[in-house]
Design a protein around this ligand. Structure first.
Ligand code: BYC
Length: 325
């Protein structure tokens, strides 16, 4: 079913007005509903980047499965990494309701023309990084995706509900790792602090550029895909996380961090946007390594795709034979 193929989707003003009235009334847009071509494209862009992020996001943590310090930690990490694959799957399925082929999107990731979250281009140097990712990266994802669970496009919003439940488990396991290390030996505490020092600023960059430098936000907010702006969500994450860092006796690596009584917000020093754009444009510490790993995995999985297609064809033949009989 491809209800929203571009050629059948003429954006006449009356239809756009009716569509926007539905959004303003809080209605959910479903795959068979008419939608402006620009809305469809924005969703494909954002959802495919999100799906790619989930899949590439398996790599930094997958790197530590064989080195987890205990069996319990290994089981949790394995489950978390598997969950991320599942998230990618739900969201790729969601993009297919918009009339795009998942293979096309995956091809864009493999040939380097698609974006995915900047955060996954940083290396995981110690076990504490696994704690920091769960706590900060999944924590940031929850703040962002809880809002996306109210997005105007039904399939995306529904995928977010389940994903957020799983992300909560991920965040807790990460925070518990950090709390344990912080309360451990001086060397373990240093390891936890070092991980926070390295992951704090990249986590803040996950929310995207400042609102004034975010070309997509106005449209996405108007169409109810985003419910809060990049800066609003970043601020919410900062306010939540500062208190959590204090609770486990770790220091946020920002000498300019201060509480502003008037707004009741924790205010931060400047974000290094040059670093952000360097990473987004493909020149972060691990961009090449991440894409090489995805390409390798895709090549290694070719026999599975061939076998699955052959099995599906065999099933279809068997069904048509039994129907004919
Ligand atoms: N990294 O106009 P803007 C996870 C791009 S997975 C890279 O503000 P928008 C997890 C942006 O795409 C987490 N690129 O964009 C998985 C745009 O470029 P294009 C992933 C970024 O869409 C495994 C340009 O900059 N979450 O949680 O309005 C383990 C201008 O930005 C980034 C999602 O994908 C970035 N950080 O807002 C653990 C959530 N930020 O496309 C955890 C869904 C911006 O115009 N996505 N760019 O060439 C969103 O909520 C929004 O797309 C964003 C950006 C807030 C990320």
């Amino acid at each position: 079913m491809t209800p929203n193929k571009p050629e059948t989707n003429v954006d006449d003003p009356a239809r756009v007005a009716a569509f926007e009235a539905r959004i303003a009334a809080g209605e959910t847009i479903e795959p068979k509903d008419w939608m402006p071509e620009r809305y469809r494209r924005q969703l494909v862009r954002m959802m495919s980047q999100h799906a790619h992020s989930e899949v590439v996001g398996m790599l930094p943590e997958g790197n530590w499965i064989t080195r987890a310090p205990t069996l319990r930690r290994k089981m949790s990490l394995l489950a978390k990494v598997q969950d991320e694959a599942g998230h990618g799957l739900y969201i790729y399925c969601g993009t297919e309701t918009l009339g795009v082929d998942r293979h096309e999107l995956i091809q864009q990731l493999l040939n380097g023309t698609a974006k995915y979250s900047s955060i996954f281009n940083y290396p995981t140097l110690s076990w504490a990084d696994i704690g920091a990712i769960g706590w900060l990266v999944d924590g940031a994802a929850i703040v962002n995706q809880t809002m996306l669970a109210k997005a105007s496009y039904g399939p995306y919003a529904r995928a977010m509900v389940r994903i957020c439940k799983e992300e909560n488990f991920h965040k807790r396991q990460g925070f518990e790792i950090m709390a344990t290390l912080s309360a451990g030996t001086p060397a373990q505490k240093r390891m936890a602090q070092d991980a926070l020092d390295r992951w704090w600023w990249p986590s803040l960059m996950m929310f995207g550029p400042h609102d004034t430098d975010s070309p997509n936000s106005d449209e996405l907010l108007r169409w109810g895909v985003k419910r809060k702006s990049n800066d609003e969500l970043r601020q919410r994450f900062i306010n939540l996380t500062v208190a959590q860092a204090k609770a486990i006796d770790l220091t946020i690596p920002d000498p300019q961090l201060r509480f502003d009584e008037a707004s009741q917000n924790w205010l931060i020093g400047p974000i290094d946007w040059d670093e952000f754009w360097r990473v987004v444009r493909g020149n972060g510490p691990c961009n090449q390594e991440r894409l090489a790993a995805r390409r390798q995995a895709h090549d290694d999985g070719e026999w599975v795709r061939i076998a699955a297609a052959a099995y599906a064809a065999k099933q279809a033949r068997a069904e048509s034979t039994s129907e004919a009989a």
